[in-house]
Design a protein around this ligand. Structure first.
Ligand code: NAP
Length: 303
């Protein structure tokens, strides 16, 4: 589909793209770069790229598809570095979990003749680094593309075809809409997990061993989400501030209503909500976004 696919940053997402693109022959050549020598050495050892470069500027030269796969906070600096070296006609995209911030940070650096199509594969695990990737990560998951209005629709279509070849289903939407939807489906749930695990860790009277010992009561499932990469999630909350604060406001109101129901012994309110939420779980399973087994959609044995 592409002559030269360039991955900037090769962690969970970058290496998963590389595995799949290599397995299915989606690019004649795959090149990559990463910040540290250690990651570049690992990429070379795993043989998921044909060439590994020390700098992003060298890596993007001649590439017809460039994918930014670093944490979102680094996109602006990377875009500035690579801009003079991008090939005319290339598609520049990213995999960042926030989208309006990418439009704002990367957009101004995109040279004329380069097609800018921000993207976000809604797939992941709590693991990071080049060794955590696998070819099936995007299978059956949604990838969202948020092209700015001026983007050539043919470039969006070509990138959509690439994500479909990676196993994804594709939806195109406005960047701000993406950020609002993801605030409630991903960002706020992560904040809740980080918070509850933090609260438990702070409880002096509940010893660490008891927290671990009885964790299967529900806490364990939050710890998986709260093990997600700190840099990436810091960048997500700073990059999607408005939508996250909006959703947190609603969440807090609803939580207060539940608190009140418990205080006043209002069992009907609790029961009705828990019945509605159980139905949503069923819808998630029916939509193919989860299996009934509590493995969070991860392939067994992948962390
Ligand atoms: P990751 O495993 O931590 O890998 C990040 C990669 O970016 C590494 O190669 C790292 O290089 C490089 N990097 C880090 N900081 C950098 C900087 N300041 N400048 C240049 N390179 C830098 O991350 P990931 O989970 O693959 O996430 C990457 C992107 O995918 C993020 O934008 C995230 O929002 C998005 N995303 C993640 C998930 C998920 O569940 N993880 C899901 C969907 C989208 P070194 O190894 O050399 O430090």
């Amino acid at each position: 589909m592409f002559d030269r696919l360039c991955l900037i940053g090769v962690g969970l997402i970058g290496s998963s793209i590389a595995h799949r693109a290599r397995r299915d022959g989606l690019a004649k050549e795959i090149v990559a770069t990463a910040r540290s020598q250690a990651t570049r050495d690992t990429v070379a050892r795993l043989k998921i790229a044909d060439k590994v470069y020390a700098t992003a500027a060298e890596a993007v030269a001649g590439a017809d598809l460039v994918i930014l796969c670093t944490p979102p906070g680094a996109f602006g600096a990377v875009a500035k570095e690579i801009a003079p070296h991008l090939a005319p006609g290339a598609i520049l995209t990213d995999v960042g979990s926030v989208k309006q911030a990418v439009v704002d940070d990367v957009g101004p650096h995109v040279p004329p003749g380069v097609h800018f199509v921000p993207g976000h594969p809604v797939a992941g695990t709590e693991n990071s680094g080049p060794e955590s990737g696998f070819a099936e990560l995007f299978e059956g998951r949604w990838s969202i593309l948020t092209p700015p209005q001026a983007t050539d629709p043919a470039a969006t279509d070509k990138l959509a075809a690439f994500w479909k070849a990676l196993g994804s289903k594709v939806e195109v939407m406005d960047a701000r809409h993406h950020d609002l939807v993801l605030a409630i489906t991903s960002h706020v749930p992560h904040l809740i997990a980080y918070n509850i695990v933090g609260t438990a860790a702070d409880l002096e009277e509940v010893t660490q061993s008891e927290v671990i010992k009885f964790s299967a009561g529900g806490f364990r499932d939050f710890t998986r989400i709260a093990a997600s990469d700190p840099t990436m999630w810091r960048d997500i909350f700073l990059g999607n501030k408005e939508a996250v604060l909006e959703m947190l406001g609603r969440f807090t109101e609803d939580l207060t209503a539940l608190q009140r129901a418990i205080r006043w012994g209002d069992g009907d309110t609790l029961f009705n909500l828990f019945t509605r939420t159980r139905a949503i779980r069923r819808e998630v399973i029916d939509a193919g976004q989860e299996t009934p087994a509590a493995d969070f959609g991860r392939p067994h044995g992948k962390g």
